[in-house]
Design a protein around this ligand. Structure first.
Ligand code: 4AD
Length: 463
């Protein structure tokens, strides 16, 4: 028997005081059998048989779809891509693919439908699998596909998860600025703000990393983190680089050694991956281009026992001994070297040469003036390369000042930062993780341009 009063349904589905249209995710999880249900979403696919037609409806809140069965010899005609509203009876599914289905019977006066938004004949997202490179040409519509929307749901899940982890460890989430007067990494890859000389009376940039501001905040709040956009004018047209990307950064006080920072980084990544694995129910991730085996093997890589740690000099020896390359002290490691080092699992490479790293890093514990290195690390993942970079920060005023002079920095511009070392300085350190790279890795995907909705890279700024 039908329960026809739509208010009952509405009350049942509303959580708290919400009077919003229930989502497909809510409807799938909590609609009692036999209810008259009105669902709203996009037509994702259509199948016709003799006396029946089937529609899959999606609204993006879950990777699951509502399967609508259209009864009758002349059921209403729909097109893929239309946004629609369909009212029918919620029932146990007779098909094997899903648990429930919505039955629309054109002879039942209580059943109805409405086409909310029509589409033209050439709607570009037809059911047949569309390649990722084709999807990239559809900056406003690609978000509706199962694969691309999976990235966004996963991203949203992970953001909540890291927040929980940091909260559990007494971190404060802070909001550093995006406009800055300093080039944190000193690599000259900043986007300059054109009007700034007139406006701010000085040259300003879009931030390449929030680290310097985080240091200032950590020296007030002890442990801080942020997840914010960074901008780099690197001419890298790779699947690992964006000009506008997000970085997860943390800064921690009372650190004299690298190891506790490495432990913390490893714990964070493992905790969040475990959280994902435990909550994985195809809700967040499920798309044509996502390979469950690749996903699982990447998660397993992360959850491997203790990650290896080698110094840069040890890494050079490994690379040279295995005949991968002939490197000398001071050479940088490329992606092939990184892949070789991480071939058996995630690995931290620590203590790189001073000459390869920015001004703010403190000297290595076993500093050797013949082969000067700094207390820093990169985390490398199998087949993937670098995910995280971090270091201990030089906290001695004179030593830091000397390093800035050596790097030809204008001390006047950096006084705000340098002064921290004269006012209750504390040994501290931190790291930055490429957020899209992390999501890329966990989703088994290989191009970070698909992880952000509107990627920015050289020659790429559509929409
Ligand atoms: O190693 P990076 O340059 O470190 C810093 O910027 C530090 N100041 C962070 C800190 O200690 N607070 O960048 C950190 C991470 C890299 O390991 C990489 O994953 C990511 O940021 N990253 C990029 N991701 C996407 N596109 C780019 N162009 C990136 N450049 C760096």
């Amino acid at each position: 028997m039908f329960v026809t009063h739509s208010r009952i349904l509405h009350r049942h589905l509303c959580r708290g005081l919400s009077t919003l249209q229930p989502t497909i995710k809510e409807q799938i999880s909590s609609t009692p059998i036999g209810l008259l249900l009105e669902t709203k979403g996009f037509v994702k696919s259509i199948r016709n048989s003799k006396n029946l037609s089937f529609l899959d409806l999606t609204d993006g809140t879950t990777s699951k779809v509502i399967n609508v069965v259209l009864l009758g010899k002349e059921p209403p005609k729909f097109q893929i891509g239309q946004s629609v509203s369909i009212k029918g009876e919620w029932n146990i599914s007779k098909g094997a693919k899903q648990d429930y289905e919505l039955i629309y019977n054109c002879k039942n006066p209580e059943h109805s439908y409405q086409i909310i938004g029509p589409v033209p004949e050439d709607y570009p997202l037809q059911k047949k699998a569309t390649s990722m490179s084709y999807l990239r040409t559809l900056p406003s519509l690609k978000h509706r596909t199962s694969t691309v929307s999976s990235f966004y749901r996963l991203r949203s899940f992970l953001e909540t998860s890291v927040q929980k982890f940091f909260n559990n460890h007494d971190f404060t989430k802070v909001n550093p600025p995006l406009i800055t007067s300093s080039d944190c990494e000193g690599a000259g890859e900043t986007f300059k703000i054109a009007q700034s000389e007139e406006f701010f009376q000085k040259q300003t940039y879009l931030t390449v990393s929030s680290q310097l501001h985080l240091e200032s905040l950590a020296l007030a709040l002890n442990r801080v983190w942020t997840l914010s956009p960074c901008f780099r004018a690197e001419n890298s047209k790779t699947s690992r680089h964006l000009c506008e990307f997000w970085m997860l950064e943390a800064e921690v006080c009372y650190l004299n050694e690298l190891d506790p920072l490495l432990d913390f980084t490893e714990n964070l990544i493992k905790w969040v991956t475990r959280d994902l694995a435990q909550n994985y129910n195809n809700e967040y991730l499920n798309g044509v281009y996502l390979d469950e085996n690749v996903i699982r093997s990447r998660w397993d890589n992360i959850l491997k026992e203790e990650w290896k740690r080698v110094t840069y000099i040890e890494a050079l020896n490994l690379i040279n001994e295995e005949g991968i390359d002939t490197l000398k002290f001071g050479d940088s490691l490329n992606l092939d070297h990184e892949r070789f080092l991480a071939k058996n699992g995630p690995i931290f490479v620590t203590d790189y040469p001073e000459s390869l790293k920015p001004f703010y890093m403190s000297k290595s514990k076993n500093y050797d003036s013949q082969q000067p290195t700094v207390a820093c690390f990169d985390l490398l993942l199998p087949e993937f390369g670098e995910l995280v970079g971090g270091s201990l920060r030089e906290h001695d005023y004179e030593v830091l000042k000397e390093s800035m002079i050596k790097h030809n920095m204008k001390l006047d511009d950096m006084n705000w930062y340098l002064e921290l070392r004269r006012n209750g300085t504390i040994p501290h350190g931190g790291f930055g993780m490429g957020w899209e790279r992390f999501i890329n890795y966990l989703s088994g995907h290989d191009n970070i341009r698909d992880i952000v909705p509107f990627p920015r890279a050289p020659n790429l700024c559509n929409a």
